[in-house]
Design a protein around this ligand. Structure first.
Ligand SMILES: Cc1ncc(COP(=O)(O)O)c(C=O)c1O
Length: 374
């Protein structure tokens, strides 16, 4: 028996409906969508349909959706693309100290290219204060990039408020929505963003596929030069198989968002209660309410997260600190940004549930973790 999977923020299993939608494109529909002959027809139509499904989930038009290889690539396109295209206006970018490395490292790279980066702090609950953004804006600010929801602690940022500020100053706003799409209702017009990144493997589609929303009229620099696919913006023969998978995953996400939200939240809260956060030695990281419905980042005071995880590993799979790119328990930049004290941060475990998680699994996992702690 594999362990109980409580690491849905790391990645999600493939939805059986996604596998079924992809199967023909693995088995028989091998054609190139750019081919004008018979073999190109179904793949071309499938890519168009998938684009429509992503657009519908985000509340935008199909022409505003570009397929990429995932969240990291979408963030690179958005941030570097805007930085390069707006260079005549300025070289200043605002982000937070709290972002995923797929944003932080892109900003660090741009710094080496002569861009000026302001990293606004977050509060102890992980929230960015829009007043900090307002104070950081300069005449030469070209881009604000703040994640929608944090992957480690789940805190949901006030993107709409930040968007109002950005818009009033004529600054582009990008949000990394890799963790929020599928878990929350994510609509680009409600958020007011100009660019938004999606990662397929967080919404029950395969790894290696994603999308970038770019608002009509916003023109990041072309990122990949070649034969003109993706409306001339990202060249390269389309990853039809996974594009179809992402399209199906987005269709399902739109259909089931409300019920999945309720299910995940109920299980997450049940786990939290089952682990006894009333205990003086256990506390929650992140905002208690403005939080993803599936995410439970718990700090066990004076413990070593890896020791707990090793003890429960045969039965429960969860993550220390920043999970999807590291198995080290060195205090993550997210907990550091939130000023979580060392004795709590070193004992932090992120549990993240998903739509496939069951009540029985949660009750079992809570008992196993409690056993390991005692
Ligand atoms: C918030 C966030 N942004 C970006 C990424 C990177 O996405 P991908 O793995 O698709 O490149 C992840 C996940 O690893 C994430 O959690």
């Amino acid at each position: 028996m594999p362990p109980i999977y409580l690491d849905y923020n790391g990645t999600t299993p493939h939805d059986p409906e996604v596998i079924a939608a992809m199967r023909p494109f693995l088995e028989s529909e091998f054609g190139n969508p750019s081919s004008s002959h018979w073999f190109g027809t179904n793949p071309r139509e499938a890519v168009a349909k998938a684009r429509g499904r992503v657009a519908e989930l985000l509340g935008c038009t199909q022409r505003e959706i570009f397929f990429t290889s995932g969240g990291t690539e979408s963030n690179n396109h958005a941030i570097i693309g805007i930085a390069r295209s707006m260079i005549n206006k300025g070289r200043h970018i605002i982000t937070s100290a709290f972002e995923h490395p797929a944003v932080l490292e892109v900003c660090r790279y741009l710094e080496k290219e002569g861009f000026d980066i302001t990293r606004v702090p977050v509060g102890t609950d992980g929230l960015v204060d829009p007043a900090e953004i307002r104070a950081a804006i300069r005449p030469e600010t070209i881009l604000i990039t703040i994640m929608h929801a944090n992957n480690e602690v789940g805190t949901i940022q006030p993107i709409a408020e930040i968007a109002a500020l950005a818009r009033s100053r004529g600054i582009h706003l990008h949000t990394d929505a890799a963790q929020s799409v599928g878990k929350l209702s994510v609509k680009v017009d409600e958020l007011g963003v100009d660019l938004l990144s999606v990662a397929g493997h967080k919404v029950y589609a395969p790894k290696g596929i994603g999308a970038l929303y770019v608002r009509t009229g916003v023109r990041p620099e072309k990122f990949c030069h070649g034969a003109g696919q993706e409306m001339g913006w990202r060249a390269g023969t389309e990853n039809v198989l996974e594009i179809v998978g992402l399209g199906k995953a987005c269709e399902i996400a739109a259909r089931d968002q409300k019920s999945n939200y309720a299910h995940m939240r109920m299980l997450r809260d049940r786990l939290q209660a089952g682990l006894g956060t009333g205990d003086r030695k256990i506390r929650l990281n992140g905002h208690p309410d403005r939080r993803l419905p599936n995410t439970l980042s718990l700090a066990f005071k004076g413990e070593d997260a890896n020791r707990i995880l090793d003890a429960i590993a045969p039965q429960v799979a969860a993550s220390p600190g920043a999970a999807c790119h590291s198995d080290s328990v060195a205090v993550s930049h997210v907990l550091t940004a939130m000023q979580v004290p060392q004795e709590w941060a070193r004992g932090t475990i992120r549990f993240s549930v998903g739509k496939m998680t069951t009540t029985a699994e949660i009750d079992q996992a809570a008992a196993i973790v409690r056993g390991a702690l005692s």
